[in-house]
Design a protein around this ligand. Structure first.
Ligand SMILES: Cc1cc2nc3c(=O)[nH]c(=O)nc-3n(C[C@H](O)[C@H](O)[C@H](O)COP(=O)(O)OP(=O)(O)OC[C@H]3O[C@@H](n4cnc5c(N)ncnc54)[C@H](O)[C@@H]3O)c2cc1C
Length: 259
């Protein structure tokens, strides 16, 4: 394909002039920001402030269809695309393209407590997921820091506080809605597009724009003992399951991550 959904800047040659920017604005529903526009700098800012890219356009898509329209626009013109989740990737791939598909407006979380699943927008953060799922005493293994993005973390495998009990984030991924490089919106799961579903679970971000994820949920909390502690390995089990839990008044399970 010409417009790659890319982990970094690739070799596209086209540039976006004023006329093309106007066409892009007419093509998508969400705001299109270019240098000088209000919000452009904030939208391009990354967790690693040492990385500064200057994309020609940042498209803040509002739906999967909008993301697909942006991908097709870029593809038709041979323009490099990158995808921004929450911008936590330390090397800054999220804004390395000439056209950035910014998913920050796709941050909704819908919980189905009886089915024990949560449908999560591709631009959500783990703080948003935890807040919504804990309303029902449920959770899924996600990032340890609230402002880490669901997108990049999940597509890279994902490991968090609950992983010793419930596995990696991708072990809990039920379904993903994805805009493919040819601009189609597809749903990948064990039964639909199974090869794509296999690929997105840990192979990284290059298989498309993930506009939503559906995760399985587990009963967790409401009281959870969290934090970092250090102990000599041979005694750590006793420390974590005994003393710390007693002190915190936690009667249930204690999950322990050992590094
Ligand atoms: C403070 C901090 C804490 C962290 N804690 C953890 C942790 O507890 N567990 C863990 O496993 N990892 C952790 N990480 C690593 C983190 O998972 C990665 O940096 C991840 O890439 C962040 O995802 P993002 O969406 O925030 O980043 P972004 O920089 O937005 O994206 C990173 C990459 O993923 C792509 N991408 C993002 N969203 C999508 C999407 N929806 N569709 C397609 N491509 C997408 C981007 O294009 C880019 O290539 C942490 C990182 C930081 C900086």
């Amino acid at each position: 394909m010409n417009a790659s959904v890319s982990n970094g800047r690739t070799s596209g040659t086209a540039t976006l002039g004023v006329g093309e920017l106007a066409k892009l604005r007419a093509t998508v529903d969400g705001p299109v920001l270019s240098a000088g526009d209000d919000g452009y700098l904030a939208a391009g800012r990354l967790f690693n402030a040492a990385v500064e890219h200057t994309p020609e356009a940042i498209v803040q898509v509002t739906s999967a269809a909008d993301a697909a329209a942006a991908v097709r626009f870029a593809r038709d013109r041979g323009i490099d695309v990158s995808v921004r989740g929450s911008g936590h990737g330390v090397v800054g791939h999220a804004t390395a393209g000439r056209l950035v598909i910014d998913l920050s407006r796709l941050a909704g979380v819908t919980v189905d407590p009886s089915g024990r699943t949560a449908r999560v927008g591709g631009g959500a953060t783990w703080g948003g997921v935890d807040t919504a799922t804990q309303e029902y005493g449920l959770a899924t293994p996600g990032g340890r820091v609230t402002h880490t993005g669901v997108g990049g973390l999940t597509l890279g495998g994902g490991q968090g506080w609950l992983s010793s009990r419930h596995g990696l984030t991708i072990d809990n991924l039920v379904e993903v809605e994805l805009v493919t490089a040819d601009g189609r919106v597809v749903t990948a799961s064990q039964t639909s597009e199974p090869d794509l579903f296999w690929a997105v679970r840990g192979a990284g971000a290059n298989f498309g724009v993930a506009t939503s994820f559906t995760f399985g949920l587990h009963e967790v909390g409401p009281t959870v003992l969290g934090g970092l502690g250090t102990s000599i390995l041979t005694t750590s089990h006793g420390v974590m399951t005994g003393r710390a839990a007693k002190k915190a008044g936690v009667g249930g399970e204690v999950l322990c991550n050992v590094w």
